[in-house]
Design a protein around this ligand. Structure first.
Ligand SMILES: [Zn+2]
Length: 279
């Protein structure tokens, strides 16, 4: 703003102030004092604009009062598998001589015919939206089904984002169609790669499985501790795999495909993440 305009504004302010009663005048002066301090930072090139800051300040205040308070934690969600399977092998963990397949196709719905990679992406996208509503910053390792992604690449997304939690969404599969229930999977206390992450990974796993089963009403198969999951082993941040249920069980497969049950699972997993962070 040009200096002559500022001069007019200052003049106008003066007129308003003199026209006011004494108590209002004090009020106006207080309001005027606060913006003075802030505008100096914004308009360093022209200090004469200081007085013309009332409107700018009220706009800023409105933005700060937006609903849905931001939270500082970053959550990386990893929708398991993909329609294009990453080829080759990778070390089981950093510096390991043992090799594992970079990724696998995963399981599929025995009743619905839905592939695991499709279900995991659907639930992950819903979960992302729910967690963002709760104030978290959320990153997906993949946002489409035709992107090949190895386990190391998935873990690297979490590590690079400096995530506070790495939550990997999967569904289970087994030969016996009567088997059902949900579980989470984390590293053991003796993990050869990042054993220091065990307490947090275990707590994350405990909280998610308990809240998931509470919200969805599914069988709680607890936490499976293993160092055979390369995506968990490579993660430099607390990690868990959520096996939401068995796609090889016709009833659980049907349930997991339904919008209503998906919403319950999303609420449960989000609640578990909240409990983990102490909300
Ligand atoms: Zn899987």
């Amino acid at each position: 703003m040009k200096k002559w305009k500022v001069a007019i504004v200052i003049l106008a302010f003066g007129v308003i102030l003199t026209a006011c009663s004494s108590s209002q005048e004090e009020e106006e002066q207080r309001e005027q004092t606060v913006p003075d301090l802030e505008i100096k930072v914004e308009d360093q090139d022209d200090t004469t604009e200081e007085k013309n800051s009332g409107e700018t300040d009220s706009t800023e205040a409105a933005e700060e009062e937006e609903p849905g308070e931001r939270r500082e934690e970053i959550v990386v969600l990893d929708p398991g598998h993909s329609s294009v399977v990453a080829e080759g092998t990778e070390p089981l963990g950093p510096g390991s001589s043992e090799q594992k397949a970079a990724d696998t196709l995963g399981t599929g719905g025995v009743s619905t015919g839905i592939p695991e990679y499709e279900l995991t992406l659907t639930v992950s996208q819903k979960l992302k939206s729910e967690l963002e509503d709760r104030g978290y910053t959320v990153v997906l390792t993949r946002d489409s089904n035709d992107v090949p992604m190895s386990c190391v690449q998935r873990a690297t997304v979490a590590s690079d984002a400096d995530a506070d939690a790495f939550v990997r969404i999967h569904a289970n599969g087994i030969d016996d169609s009567s088997v059902q229930g949900a579980m989470t999977i984390c590293i053991t206390e003796q993990n050869p790669f990042y054993p220091e992450l065990y307490p947090q990974s275990r707590a994350l796993s405990d909280n998610i499985i308990n809240e998931l089963c509470k919200a969805a009403g599914c069988e709680n198969d607890g936490v499976w501790e293993t160092d055979s999951m390369s995506g968990n082993n490579w993660s430099e941040v607390p990690a868990t795999i959520v096996e939401m249920g068995y796609m090889t069980n016709p009833e659980e497969d049907q349930l997991m495909a339904s919008e209503e049950y998906q919403n319950k699972m999303v609420q449960g997993i989000a609640n578990g993440i909240d409990v983990y962070f102490g909300y």
